[in-house]
Ligand binder design. Structure first.
Ligand SMILES: Cc1cc2nc3c(=O)[nH]c(=O)nc-3n(C[C@H](O)[C@H](O)[C@H](O)COP(=O)(O)O)c2cc1C
Length: 179
């Protein structure tokens, strides 16, 4: 059980502040976490104690060995507007995006938790990106309710409430349902 590798991609939005809770829960559920942050996520990571969890930053150099085993599953928490749209269009210009695009191509079980304001989700790219990812098998989970039936935009003034109420167990449960 404990050898199951879970890649935890983290983007630059306030829900990234719950990452330390996430790696604890991930381990409790029998996964081995590998954290893969975007550059924009880094300010949220420096404030947290992740213990001995590997944090994989940027691309490895051509002659360096691989830094992780193959992923048994991938989660992206939070998924920003930027990363979710880039992922859906096959944009792989950063290590986190390459990781996400490869997971989609390989059919690796993947859960995405968008954390995006109402203004941004009104952009026409948003709905089509969600549709692309959903058709490809990604489970897209609402950060406020844990539902995978529909993802609601963050309402103004509710962000801190959503961050506190978010439960990493919702994400892990979706992975168990996939197995
Ligand atoms: C304080 C702060 C809060 C942010 N909150 C969000 C957010 O809730 N959702 C979002 O999609 N982007 C948010 N952004 C913008 C993203 O960080 C920005 O679009 C960044 O380019 C995303 O890069 P990434 O997708 O590679 O992490 C926030 C930025 C800052 C500085």
């Amino acid at each position: 059980m404990s050898s199951r590798a879970l890649f935890v991609v983290v983007c630059g939005a306030p829900l990234a502040s719950r990452l330390s809770d996430g790696v604890r829960v991930v381990r409790e559920w029998g996964w081995t976490p590998y954290v893969i942050p975007t550059d924009a996520a880094m300010p949220w990571l420096v404030e947290q104690d992740l213990g001995d969890v590997p944090v994989i930053v940027g691309n490895r150099k051509p002659h360096e060995p691989r830094r992780t085993p193959a992923a048994d599953a991938v989660v992206v928490v939070p998924a920003t507007f930027h990363t979710l749209n880039a992922w859906a269009t096959g944009n792989a210009y950063s290590y986190p995006l390459t990781t996400l695009c490869a997971a989609l191509g390989a059919g690796t079980p993947t859960v995405a938790v968008p954390y995006v304001s109402r203004e941004l989700t009104g952009h026409p790219a948003w709905a089509s990106s969600l549709a692309v990812l959903g058709r490809a098998g990604v489970r897209v989970l609402d950060p406020g309710s844990g539902s995978v039936a529909s993802v609601e935009p963050l309402q103004p003034g509710t962000g801190s409430h959503v961050v506190v109420g978010f439960r990493w167990e919702w994400v892990l449960k979706q992975l168990e349902l996939r197995e």
